[in-house]
Write a protein that binds this ligand. Structure first.
Ligand SMILES: [Zn+2]
Length: 293
């Protein structure tokens, strides 16, 4: 069942973007650069709007870039990810912002590509040497992978899948608070998938571990790349089946049932957890409207 949680940003990405693994000899006059400086994206602000730097050769050479990675082509412009040497200062005309802060300030597709660049740069920096024999690795040109020329090990970018679940009980949802959250904020339950589990098993285990209840009617809702640094969030809805809320006190410090009239502060619009909660709010609002008619 497909609900209203389809990704709002990835839908049109491949109308514009073609991923490639190694750049052509001639990358054209200008190329687009997703450059990270101390984990924030380097952007140009022109007339109150934010731009991903489109650089020519001269401009590129002025920036002390390290760990370049080729991403592919966006509307025929070649795109790269790179890191700016963290010992230098930010060049004039630029500023840096975290990916979360950039939501709504740059085109959604560029935010997706910035997330991809961040993920691949992290992968690149952590796979310089073979984990099996210690030899220096090489980037492959025919797929997104590295290869060890000594022992032949292939190293793909890692993705850590995490499930994120909205639990419904009639007109209420279960929201929980992690000690890591901003004061007062609650969200839906989430956790990483363990090796050997199905997504549905991960959903049931996480819920049971964190809040002590059982659920059924688990349905796929949508997914979101979460580049902090390498997760894929897979969202589900589920219905309450049995049990009392019993929190684990390790990952969760409070959990409760909430109606849409008494919701606590919830995550920002950028996250799929918010899309889940908004979906529930919309569904309940429509139900109330029908009752009034
Ligand atoms: Zn090796």
């Amino acid at each position: 069942m497909f609900k209203s949680g389809e990704p709002n940003q990835e839908k049109y990405l491949y109308d514009h973007f073609i991923p490639y693994y190694s750049p052509p000899q001639d990358i054209g006059e200008f190329s687009m650069w997703f450059i990270f400086y101390q984990n924030e994206l380097l952007i140009q602000e022109k007339q109150d709007s934010y731009h991903i730097p489109l650089l020519n050769m001269v401009e590129r050479e002025k920036l002390p870039l390290i760990n370049q990675i080729y991403l592919g082509q966006y509307d025929s412009i070649h795109c790269f990810g790179a890191e700016l040497n963290s010992k230098t200062s930010i060049p004039s005309g630029y500023q840096t912002l975290g990916l979360r802060q950039l939501f709504g300030l740059i085109r959604d597709n560029f935010l997706v590509l910035a997330g991809r660049a961040n993920h691949l740069l992290y992968w690149d920096s952590t796979t310089q040497f073979c984990g099996r024999c210690g030899h220096t690795t090489q980037l492959k040109t025919d797929e997104r992978a590295k290869e060890c020329p000594q022992c032949g090990l292939i190293i793909y970018p890692q993705l850590a899948p995490a499930v994120i679940i909205l639990i419904e009980k009639e007109n209420e949802i279960l929201l929980a608070r992690s000690p890591r959250f901003k004061p007062g904020m609650y969200s839906v339950v989430a956790g990483f998938v363990e090796p050997g589990e199905t997504l549905e098993q991960a959903v049931m285990r996480e819920i049971h571990e964190e809040v002590g209840i059982k659920v059924h009617h688990i349905h796929y809702f949508g997914s979101q790349h979460w580049p902090f640094p390498q997760s894929l969030m897979i969202a589900f809805t589920a219905e309450y089946l049995s049990g009392q809320i019993t929190i684990d006190h390790r990952e969760i410090e409070d959990a409760n049932w909430f109606t849409i009239e008494n919701l606590p502060p919830i995550p920002s619009k950028m996250s799929i957890s918010r899309r889940l909660i908004d979906w529930f709010i919309e569904k309940q609002t429509n139900k109330l409207k029908k009752k009034e008619l």
